[in-house]
Design a protein around this ligand. Structure first.
Ligand code: COA
Length: 297
């Protein structure tokens, strides 16, 4: 086995890092899949491009949080065998993605990568959405993170249950300043530049009421990608609006116990409760009323 170096990620690592990420998560999905789940499929070319675009964004905004593990070939060319991509947003640190090629797992490379990313956190509170992979949960708990089990809701919305939702409107870039203030109340820090990224890619729906602000980003499948609100009733309105946009089979993800207001909406819409993964936090409580984005937390 060639020696492995851990160093800051560079733009020219992105192609190799993407191939490593695709292979690592396909293997993890296959080994942790429940029997009732469909067979995991390789990443599509469109999803590979999206991954590279998002990593380039993290590298632009906060390069010191982005690390790779590389091996050197006989001609001096480097191959990425692992990555830990984290970001500081003001007083908050989050982990965006983390993986080591299956052939290289269990040899301490993951520990070197997460240690580098956590040095960048420099004591900030931290948050991320964790897989159930045994190597991952072991690493996270040993690094001092509390693991809060996540529920999700799946199925097809019974449209006869959809209530008339009032007081919401489409969001724009003019909303981002108050959204960051709301983020600071709920999850320590605003999303800052991440809001710009999400606004470009998704539909934003907001409750602009001064006493009960809230927002939700709805992705191309009509699913909530990130939802934050001042109170559970506003959060429920935003989730109903999201369910009204869903088409066919849908998913409401990242529901922690303090956010069981989301279960009541999902059950009323005749979705089913499931459970997968964890919201990991260190130095902060689980945000609420809040459904985290797996990518921007
Ligand atoms: C999580 C991950 C990055 C860790 O990388 P790694 O190089 O295996 O990490 P390390 O070897 O430093 O540490 C893993 C620890 O878990 C243990 N471990 C690794 N794979 C394991 C497995 N399949 N079952 C049980 N324990 C395992 C290792 O023995 C080690 O513990 P130790 O240091 O006390 O001996 C890697 O396992 C991975 O890519 N998993 C799949 C993708 C994933 O789930 N990523 C996290 C997304 S949130």
């Amino acid at each position: 086995m060639h020696p492995v170096h851990v160093r800051p990620m560079r733009e020219d690592d992105l192609g190799s890092a993407e191939r490593t990420s695709a292979a690592t998560f396909l293997d993890a999905d296959r080994t942790t899949r429940r029997v009732s789940y469909p067979e995991p499929q390789p990443r599509t070319p469109a999803a590979s491009k999206q991954w590279i675009d998002r990593m380039r964004f993290y590298l632009d905004v906060d390069p010191e949080g982005c690390w790779v593990a590389v091996t050197e070939g006989p001609g001096g060319e480097e191959d990425v065998v692992g990555f830990a991509v984290s970001q500081n947003r003001g007083p908050l640190w989050y982990l965006a993605t983390y993986g080591v090629l299956p052939s290289h797992q269990g040899r301490g490379i993951g520990k070197r990568l997460i240690d580098a990313a956590l040095r960048h956190a420099d004591g900030r509170p931290g948050i991320f959405s964790a897989s159930v992979h045994p190597g991952a949960t072991r690493r996270y708990r040993l690094a001092g993170f509390a693991l809060h089990p996540q529920m999700h809701m799946v199925g097809t919305v019974d449209r006869s249950t959809l209530p008339a939702v009032r007081g919401l409107r489409e969001g724009t870039a003019d909303d981002l300043a108050w959204m960051d203030r709301l983020d600071r109340r709920i999850r320590v820090a605003g999303h800052g530049p991440d809001h710009g990224y999400m606004l470009n890619a998704m539909r934003l729906v907001v409750s602009r009421d001064i006493a009960t602000p809230g927002y939700v980003y709805i992705d191309e499948h009509g699913q909530a990608s990130l939802l934050a609100a001042a109170d559970p009733a506003t959060a429920q309105k935003l989730l109903w609006e999201t369910l009204a946009s869903s088409r066919g089979h849908t998913l409401v993800n990242c529901i922690t116990t303090p956010n069981d207001w989301a279960l009541d909406v999902g059950l009323a819409a005749r979705l089913d409760i499931g459970q997968e993964g964890y919201i990991a936090v260190r130095g902060m409580p689980v945000p609420r009323p809040y459904l985290a984005s797996g990518k921007f937390l």
